[in-house]
Write a protein that binds this ligand. Structure first.
Ligand SMILES: C[S@@+](CC[C@H](N)C(=O)[O-])C[C@H]1O[C@@H](n2cnc3c(N)ncnc32)[C@H](O)[C@@H]1O
Length: 234
């Protein structure tokens, strides 16, 4: 199977080196033109025709957004990510992008509905994003699904993340860049964990903290390849 193929795609995609022109900006038109197009409705005719410059992994090259989203739905992890949004924090986009990368079930924006999408680099299109007016709304939703809310902030009384096992099913809740976790958010958490720091700054930014926490969940629960094992053989 080539780098571009997925199980079940055998015979549809050209083998590596047989025509797909890869560059830093993605791939060019499907080699061989229309006569050679795969007979599979996951593929987007426009992308096949003109090339796929999106920031997607090779296995999703030329796929419709909806087809990618549906495929991701089959393998999203059972942790959720939530972030407070009282002042249009620029970190939210980066949290959404990391949530996509680490396979979060969904992202929950708490507070203002509008958020700065810039750092998301379009990953929000592939992600389930829910809005909750208040932290209490988020907490009620989580309670109904029996999902514990784990706060992530370096607050007095928080415990080091490094020695904690995250529950498999949970919500990781992050605060705003300026204010950190609000008192209401703190009250909704079953535990608050902090990422141990070693320098002079009080904190890292919320986007960076979210990536560290999601990585921590993934190290504990996700099916990462064993050392030396190619990802395609998982
Ligand atoms: C810039 S921090 C602000 C608040 C911080 N409590 C303070 O004392 O300055 C914004 C958000 O980033 C996350 N964060 C930043 N540094 C963190 C750390 N060391 N451990 C856990 N979360 C952190 C938290 O979610 C926090 O709410």
């Amino acid at each position: 199977m080539s780098d571009h193929q997925r199980p079940g795609d055998e015979g549809q995609r050209p083998a590596a080196g047989q025509g797909i022109v890869q560059s830093d900006q993605g791939v060019g038109p499907w080699p061989g033109g229309r006569d050679n197009w795969p007979d599979d409705d996951r593929f987007d005719p426009e992308l096949l025709e003109y090339g796929d410059r999106r920031n997607v992994v090779d296995e999703y090259r030329y796929w419709h957004v909806e087809a990618i989203k549906a495929d991701l739905d089959n393998r999203r992890h059972p942790f959720h990510v939530a972030i407070e949004n009282w002042g249009r924090d620029f970190n939210i986009g980066s949290v959404v992008r990391s949530a996509n990368a680490f396979g979060a079930a969904a992202v929950h924006i708490v507070g203002r509905r509008r958020w700065n999408r810039r750092g998301a680099m379009v990953t929000d299109r592939y992600q389930h994003i829910h809005h909750h007016e208040t932290v209490e709304d988020l907490a009620a939703w989580a309670r109904a699904l029996e999902l514990p809310i784990i706060g992530v902030d370096n607050l007095p009384g928080s415990v080091p993340l490094e020695h904690r096992e995250f529950p498999m099913r949970c919500v990781l809740l992050f605060g705003e860049e300026r204010a950190g976790l609000s008192p209401a958010a703190q009250a909704a958490c079953t535990t608050i964990v902090h990422i141990t720091q070693y320098g002079s700054t009080r904190s890292i930014n919320a986007g960076a903290a979210a990536a560290v926490a999601m990585y921590h969940w993934a190290v504990q629960h996700a099916n990462a390849p064993a050392a030396g094992e190619p990802e395609s053989e998982r």
